[in-house]
Design a protein around this ligand. Structure first.
Ligand SMILES: NC(=O)c1ccc[n+]([C@@H]2O[C@H](COP(=O)([O-])OP(=O)(O)OC[C@H]3O[C@@H](n4cnc5c(N)ncnc54)[C@H](O)[C@@H]3O)[C@@H](O)[C@H]2O)c1
Length: 263
């Protein structure tokens, strides 16, 4: 029980890494506010947490809207208590993989809103209550795309921005006992990854299984649970000295960004 007595808000809990994390955090004793765009999409996650005897509430909200974020906070406090963990996991990529010269303006704006403005709004509204609780841990899911051109312009730019936001939040909130770190996954087998593969195919980009699955030196995609385990470490007191840092969990993708190594 590494999160006993903690109250966690996790965004994007319908599937993928958010779902795996909500289940894992609940197994470790946290009460979870599961946030996604609708109650329906959260149903599977809520059922899994109920099956293991965990405590969770489901909140339908769009993290880019202030009124929705205020509702996430008031429901969490009213129904669970003061939050001490915020996992900004929800994210989106542009609907198509068009080049920087062709990308639609509204699509670019939306991806920046979800990946960058949303986490900032969540921190702005949740952190005051963490301060009231005596401190906490905030985890922002960025991406390997914060460091290399691994996806669309809007996606990589917003994730790089999120790494910057993480550092500023870590510095500003340290005196309140709040740690803020970025989790930077490599290619992970989630609904988003499946969708991205389809979009790349539509755009005529090379997407054979061998290319996607070799985004790293392990020759496979990560499983969502492998990201949830790192999020658990960052959420727990075990990572008590870590703040303002980017935790890369990419199966060696960044390590092989130079010339291919023989052998
Ligand atoms: N899958 C990968 O290969 C990969 C790699 C690097 C980083 N990431 C990042 O990891 C995080 C989780 O990704 P995933 O692959 O599990 O994705 P996913 O698409 O399976 O899950 C993301 C969830 O966020 C929710 N969401 C989207 N916009 C929202 C909004 N405005 N308000 C509330 N919820 C919203 C979606 O409904 C969805 O359930 C994302 O931030 C993503 O950018 C994913």
């Amino acid at each position: 029980m590494r999160l006993a007595g903690k109250i966690a808000i996790i965004t994007g809990t319908a599937g993928g890494m958010g779902q795996a994390s909500a289940i894992l955090f609940a197994k470790h004793g946290a009460k979870i506010a599961c946030v996604d765009l609708s109650e329906e999409v959260n149903a599977e996650t809520m059922a899994a947490i109920a099956d293991l005897g965990g405590a969770a509430i489901s909140i339908a909200a769009d993290i880019t809207k202030t009124a929705d974020v205020e509702r996430i906070v008031s429901r969490t406090i009213g129904e669970l208590g003061l939050p001490t963990i915020l996992f900004n996991n929800a994210g989106a990529d542009t609907e198509n993989k068009q080049s920087i010269l062709k990308i639609d303006e509204a699509a670019f704006d939306r991806v920046v809103e979800v990946n960058l403005k949303g986490p900032w709004l969540m921190i702005k509204h949740v952190a005051p209550h963490m301060i009231e609780a005596g401190g906490g841990s905030i985890i922002n899911t960025a991406s390997i795309g914060a460091f290399i051109a691994a996806s669309s312009a809007g996606y990589c730019a917003s994730k790089a921005g999120l790494v910057g936001l993480t550092k500023v939040a870590a510095v500003e909130l340290a005196r309140h006992g709040i740690r803020v770190n970025a989790l930077c996954p490599g290619a992970t087998e989630t609904p988003m990854a499946k969708h991205q593969r389809m979009e790349m195919e539509k755009a005529g980009m090379p997407t054979s299984n061998s290319i996607i699955d070799r985004m790293g030196v392990m020759g496979r995609l990560a499983q969502p649970e492998e990201m949830a385990n790192m999020a658990l470490f960052l959420a727990s007191d075990e990572s008590g000295f870590a703040t303002g840092a980017s935790f890369i969990n990419d199966g060696g993708w960044l390590a092989m960004s130079g010339l291919p190594v023989q052998g």
